[in-house]
Write a protein that binds this ligand. Structure first.
Ligand code: ADP
Ligand code: MG
Length: 631
């Protein structure tokens, strides 16, 4: 048995420092927070080798008086709070009084500062007395502070080993500056790496301008804003504001930004709340560019739950989640304009394609364009009777605008009119894209894309993706409607699905719920499930495979019974895809227009259930660019 001994102070300090300082980005975060707390209006960050050799942060804030300089470097030394209770009404970013101490253990730190009240600038290093230095101008102001950190982790080889290449470390630094800059749009920021300016944010921006710069760069993506105050939720807490760059889809989640009471966070709970309403608009592995600004009663937030202060705890977490998620919902469904705007470069080259997704890179933003490769890859003649006239679903109300002549003209490659059924009737909601009501139909291109002229832009609707969305919502509405869910379809021959015996126990727990949703399924021995009926909406195509994958989901050890509906909906998405009009199916004008109008009656019109866009807008100005017209 090992005996207990006190850690020597150096080891203990190194451990504590390690919690705060993980990489150059964390040093920059802490130093920039200090500069912001000091009221700086200009902040400059300089790096060499991604910050591995040098990190220098200069500000024009109020500075530090000589007598406090050495103290600032000590652990638990702060000017921001004096008592624990001060945390309840905190307005500064720092409060733990340990950042400078931690940084000075992780690397060699020099701090030069001239206080507003002093005529001289003083410089201090750990363990040394501050000395007067003659120079002392800081970013256009005679006072301010400069902190230099050299050779980060040179005394901590275990940490050094985990640092990435200079470009990766530089991008972490840049990310932190971008995040922090959101809380202070009036402050100017400059990032210089190995002598080159890599980021410059103008001083004096508004919140919207700053958000736009950070989230969308210089691209002309529309930014959607929703504010709980404008949604009739008064000025009660929590106040939520969301800025969403519509049409931007990124492979990483780094443009999901969170600001809570002026503090930048990277909080998983908040991330989930932000993503929950957007989930079905994004393919797995794709993320939105969105910024959350949340104001909550300071007394209901604990900011002191993590050494890096990037997480908080909410007293009323349910309310906070709800407030964020419902505003997000508003943002995408009511205000939603089409989820996608075609950017420059679109008609020239589509770049590399994989998994049916074409990415066009512009800067570091990847736009995802739906291109249903699976369908495109199928020769169109194999499609000629791909649409199943034995369509199993009878429309709740008929496809409105079909004239008799069109019905009789449906031949090979065309779509029987019963195939396109409008979404089940729902409560009136405002048209998500009101301009479409005045759009001029201009035809279908490639038997795949329905085109509209909107005066100043062209609107392109993917007939398959759109119909998939419509089918999905119709099926989902029917499944959720309990009176119809009982509408089981008895199978002529029951399906027997095999299942591993140890999974059987979990599945059988869920069978009862399943049976209340239009299934008739029962355990059959201890390795089989006998299915006598499925909901009519499920259809019977490749039923065994779909049942097997359903039971597979239900048998996951942590499967939560309350997720059963969600699981059924997922299964519906693939059924919706199956039964929807395909690319290259010839549509009549009425069918095309009816897809369009049914699409905009959907709850989530902008994406198919797999997250691909249904609508693309191309502004007229883009056409002018292609044709080299001067505009
Ligand atoms: P905290 O920010 O939690 O107070 P720090 O270790 O980051 O702890 O900083 C210690 C103290 O040093 C701060 O409370 C502040 O008074 C002072 N300080 C640090 N950086 C600056 C700066 N750039 N300008 C003015 N004062 C600073
Ligand atoms: Mg600090």
């Amino acid at each position: 048995m090992k005996r207990i001994a006190r850690l020597d102070p150096i080891t203990a300090e190194q451990i504590a420092a390690g919690e705060v300082i993980e990489r150059p980005g964390s040093v920059v975060k802490e130093l920039v927070e200090n500069a912001l707390d000091a009221g700086a209006t200009e902040i400059q960050v300089e790096l060499t080798h991604g910050g591995k050799s040098l990190i220098s942060v200069t500000d024009n804030g109020h500075g530090i008086v000589r007598d406090d300089l050495a103290l600032a470097l000590e652990r638990h030394a702060t000017s921001k709070i004096t008592r624990f209770d001060d945390l309840l009404a905190l307005s500064s970013l720092g409060f733990r009084g340990e950042a400078l101490a931690a940084i000075s253990i992780a690397g060699s730190l020099t701090m030069l500062s001239r206080a507003k009240t002093s005529v001289e600038a003083f410089q201090v290093q750990v363990g040394r007395e501050p000395e007067a230095v003659t120079h002392g101008h800081f970013l256009g102001s005679p006072y301010g502070t400069r902190v230099r950190v050299e050779n980060l982790f040179s005394q901590m080889p275990a940490r050094l080993k985990f640092l990435k290449s200079p470009p990766s470390e530089l991008s972490f630094v840049r990310e932190w500056i971008e995040r922090l800059s959101l809380t202070h749009p009036a402050v100017g920021f400059k990032l210089i790496s190995d002598g080159r300016t890599t980021l410059q944010l103008k001083a004096g921006q508004t919140e919207l301008e700053r958000v736009r710069t950070i989230l969308a760069g210089n691209d002309d993506f529309p930014i959607q804003v929703a504010d709980s105050r404008d949604e009739g939720r008064g000025d009660s807490y929590p106040r939520v504001k969301l800025y969403w760059v519509q049409g931007l889809s990124l492979a990483q989640s780094r443009k999901i930004l969170q600001v809570v009471n002026g503090r930048v966070l990277k909080d998983r709970f908040l991330q989930q709340a932000i993503l929950s309403p957007l989930k079905q608009s994004f393919l797995p592995g794709q993320f939105p560019a969105i910024a959350l600004f949340l104001e909550a009663d300071p007394a209901t937030i604990d900011v002191n739950v993590h050494p890096t202060k990037t997480e908080v705890r909410f007293l009323e977490s349910g309310r906070v989640f709800q407030a964020i998620a419902s505003l997000g919902e508003t943002l995408i469904s009511k205000r939603g304009a089409p989820a996608f705007v075609a950017g420059p470069g679109l008609p020239v080259s589509l770049g590399g394609s994989h998994d049916g997704i074409v990415e066009i890179r512009s800067g570091d933003a990847a736009r995802v364009i739906g291109s249903d490769a699976a369908f495109l890859a199928t020769p169109s003649n194999a499609r000629s009777e791909s649409f199943r006239s034995k369509d199993r679903f009878t429309a709740p109300f008929q496809f409105q605008a079909v004239s008799p002549s069109q019905v009789s003209s449906s031949g090979a490659g065309t779509v029987p009119e019963s195939a396109i059924e409008p979404v089940v009737e729902q409560q009136q909601r405002p048209h998500p894209f009101p301009e479409m009501q005045f759009a001029r139909y201009t035809g279908v291109a490639f038997q795949t894309y329905i085109l509209y002229d909107l005066g100043r832009e062209m609107v392109i609707i993917d007939q398959h993706a759109a119909h998939e969305r419509i089918r999905y919502e119709t099926l989902k509405a029917r499944l959720s409607d309990s009176s119809r869910a009982l509408n089981a379809q008895i199978l002529l021959v029951p399906e027997v699905v095999s299942i591993e015996s140890q999974k059987m126990r979990i599945v059988s727990k869920n069978l009862e719920t399943l049976n209340s949703r239009g299934f008739e399924a029962e355990a059959f021995g201890d390795e089989k499930i006998l299915v006598r009926a499925v909901p009519a909406e499920w259809g019977t195509d490749s039923l065994k495979t779909r049942l097997a994958s359903l039971f597979d989901r239900l048998s996951e050890p942590d499967f939560d019974g309350s997720l059963i509906d969600e699981t059924l909906f997922e299964a519906l998405a693939s059924e919706a895809c199956h039964s929807a009009v395909r690319a290259h199916d010839a549509l009549t004008r009425d069918q095309a227009e009816s897809i369009t109008s049914a699409l905009f009656r959907c709850e989530h019109p902008w994406n198919c259930p797999h997250g691909r866009p249904t609508v693309v807008r191309v502004p007229e100005s883009r056409f002018s660019e292609w044709f080299l017209r001067l505009v």
